[in-house]
Design a protein around this ligand. Structure first.
Ligand code: PLP
Length: 391
């Protein structure tokens, strides 16, 4: 099956295409039978055996593998510059697959500022399998070095990190991890391959909540892993997906493929909108702080300028000068922004993160998280202006 995967990839001209073209044409694949520009969705759960009991076409059962899913994986492999990818039923399923591939007794270093539900899972569930986890400020390299132990097998990073957008130096973390015989896995959901390709900076595995920018339309839950090397650790991840079954469904894979066709346009629009909004509200009397890696006063700005190409992302947070009650009232008064969780869709979302994340959250109580979509930024600025005034 691995040979078939390689052949499938090698048959494309992906090495000659620029990323925008790879995404727009989903690697340029057409249906061999009809010449349709959009390949069919493969929904079969089972496949005919050859008379000698082999499965030479490479497909056996849909929990293990699926041609539509493979197409999405090939696109992502190309966009991230990896050697292989797997799609999962959610971002959490993708992340969990990495941790489940570690041996019991392994030690993990994870960021203090990261997607809260994964942090909760690492605190509550991972120890039951014999993993120990330390949460560290990833922008403090000495703190990361001090946390490394002989049993450290994985450094998990998220950059920019939810919800204050801490920026992590992927190359420095990869060097610390590799010196210790550990791997680096990077949650690159917010950066997307448009802005950062973590494997080029030394990460071993890239993870995405494909629910966010990769799909981009708030209508699919999906996750992805892309690996630099198809090594033994990667094989464990693949075996876990095939045996435990957290594969993405074919319909969702087809919707994700459609979403990825416009990834570069959407991320570019979101970056421009976020930059305009960050700039406007950084001078606003009702806003005490704007947290956005694109602003010169953000602690991660210099690193982001080196590591992110083409923009600083579509995510930012604002701290409302009037405090927690004023922040919640501001979210209550928006008309165009959608008061909802998640991020990376074409529509802009606003959320009071401290209420979502609860005790121990790095989100200050006066903070609102903003996911900027592709609307006209002037509408978004005017709406937030009136909501701040009413709040
Ligand atoms: N990583 C980040 C940065 C996220 O924002 C999320 C979801 O919000 C996840 C991972 C989890 O992804 P999913 O919701 O697809 O399981």
């Amino acid at each position: 099956m691995d040979d078939l995967r390689r052949t499938f990839r090698d048959m494309t001209d992906e090495t000659r295409m620029r990323p925008e073209t790879v995404a727009a044409q989903a690697l340029g694949r057409v249906d061999a039978e009809t010449r349709a520009v959009i390949p069919p969705v493969h929904v079969a759960t089972t496949f005919i055996r050859d008379p000698d009991n082999q499965y030479r076409a490479g497909y056996e059962y849909a929990r293990d593998d699926n041609a539509t899913v493979r197409h999405g994986e090939a696109v992502l492999t190309a966009l991230e510059g990896g050697s292989d990818a797997r799609l999962f039923s959610s971002g959490m399923a993708a992340a969990a697959a990495v941790f489940q591939a570690l041996d019991a007794g392994s030690h993990v270093i994870a960021p203090r500022v990261m997607y809260w539900a994964l942090a909760r899972w690492l605190r509550e569930i991972a120890p039951r399998w014999g993993l120990s986890v330390d949460f560290v400020d990833m922008d403090d390299l000495d703190a990361v070095r001090a946390a490394v132990r002989p049993e450290t097998k994985l450094i998990w990073i998220e950059t920019p990190g939810n919800p204050t957008w801490v920026v992590t130096d992927i190359a420095a973390l990869a060097s610390i991890a590799h010196d210790a015989g550990a791997r680096v896995a990077a949650d690159s959901t917010v950066a997307t391959p448009v802005l950062t390709r973590p494997l080029e900076h030394g990460a071993d595995i890239v993870m995405h909540s494909a629910t966010k920018y990769l799909n981009g339309h708030s209508d699919v839950v999906a996750g992805a892993l892309v690996t630099a090397q198809a090594d033994d650790f990667w094989q464990r991840i693949c075996t876990h997906r095939a045996q435990a079954g957290p594969i993405l469904g074919p319909m969702e894979a087809a919707m994700l493929l459609r979403g990825m066709r416009t990834l570069y346009l959407r991320v570019d629009a979101a970056c421009r909108g976020a930059a305009a909004i960050a700039d406007h509200f950084s001078k606003h009397p009702k806003v005490s702080h704007v947290l956005y890696p694109g602003l010169a006063d953000h602690p991660g700005h210099e690193m982001a300028a080196r590591q992110m190409a083409g923009g600083f992302g579509g995510m930012l947070s604002i701290r409302v000068a009037g405090g927690e009650a004023a922040a919640i009232a501001t979210a209550a008064n928006v008309q165009i922004w959608k008061r909802a969780t998640s991020l990376g869709g074409v529509e802009s979302l606003i959320e009071h993160r401290a209420s979502v994340e609860g005790a121990g959250s790095p989100a200050p109580p006066d903070m609102l998280r903003l996911s900027v979509g592709i609307e006209n930024p002037v509408d978004l600025i005017e709406d937030l202006e009136q909501a701040l005034a009413a709040g």
